[in-house]
Design a protein around this ligand. Structure first.
Ligand SMILES: [Mg+2]
Length: 279
């Protein structure tokens, strides 16, 4: 089926566009190239920080807007759209729409939450670069960039059974904050998620192009709000070879990519390009 709408692709990074273990995107690159050759925007929408996302953008030559820290901020290259962006601030070469709760407030909230809990909380702010590197399989430089957080605290709950984890997560919500879960960590957030950031960009793309058809690709729970905000949600397989049931069970129209991470990305994007733009 061909569509008259401009195709826009939103994608998670870790475990989706990037391999969960090696963080390589090489398997997805041919389809990324096919999309960019047809001027189809590919918007990175990740829990990664600005510093981490900039490295990946440079590596693959990406020039489109992107979303950092689970929807904490939307970055649009200056003059990307032929109009100004409401409620944006200038930061270097970008117009930035900030949606997230400032990081120091999240860290303080975590500190208060853990005072009377029967388990150990470990946030990125508690961990050295060496510890983050060892825990997440990153180099020291990558771990340093991962710790440059502004709107989202990555954390884990150490040595707790599922019932205690449930109590911890309920306490977060009682404190007026939110949590989500990526491939490796829980994330503490204020009142933002990937979906809110995607809807802001959808409005901008619609204003620029008229009708749009949006695709979203993800692998875990933190992608659900993004996948709910697009026309064609796609879930790739996790490293264990399964699709995340907590995500696909909540998306009636979901497409299941036939491969793990970037291999699934490649196959799904190829299929959608063939259907939508005859590529
Ligand atoms: Mg992921």
């Amino acid at each position: 089926m061909r569509s008259s709408g401009k195709l826009i692709i939103y994608t998670d990074l870790d475990g989706t566009f990037l391999d969960h273990e090696t963080y390589s995107c090489s398997a997805a690159l041919p389809a990324l190239r096919a999309a960019t050759a047809r001027a189809i925007p590919v918007v990175f929408c990740s829990s990664k920080t600005l510093a981490e996302t900039e490295v990946i953008r440079k590596q693959v030559g990406a020039r489109d807007p992107f979303i950092v820290e689970n929807g904490g901020a939307v970055y649009v290259p200056r003059n990307y759209f032929p109009f100004g962006i409401r409620r944006s601030v200038q930061r270097g070469d970008f117009e930035v729409v900030e949606l997230g709760t400032p990081y120091p407030r999240l860290v303080e909230a975590l500190r208060r939450l853990r005072e009377d809990l029967p388990c150990r909380f470990l946030g990125f702010h508690d961990m050295t670069e060496e510890e983050v590197a060892a825990d997440a399989g990153l180099t020291l430089a990558e771990a340093q960039r991962a710790k440059e957080r502004e709107y989202d605290e990555a954390f884990k709950i150490v040595g707790a059974d599922p019932a205690v984890v449930g109590v911890v997560l309920a306490r977060i919500e009682e404190a007026g904050l939110r949590y989500t879960r990526g491939g490796r960590y829980y994330h503490l957030l204020g009142d933002h998620d990937k979906g809110r950031a995607v809807r802001i960009l959808n409005d901008l793309f619609r204003r620029a192009h008229g009708s749009i058809v949006t695709v979203g690709l993800g692998d875990t729970l933190n992608d659900l709000p993004m996948l709910e905000a697009v026309d064609l949600p796609v879930v790739v397989k996790k490293a264990d070879g399964d699709h995340d049931r907590s995500v696909i069970g909540r998306l009636p129209q979901v497409r299941l990519a036939p491969g793990v991470g970037p291999r699934g990305w490649e196959a799904a994007v190829r299929e959608i390009l063939a259907e939508r733009v005859g590529a």
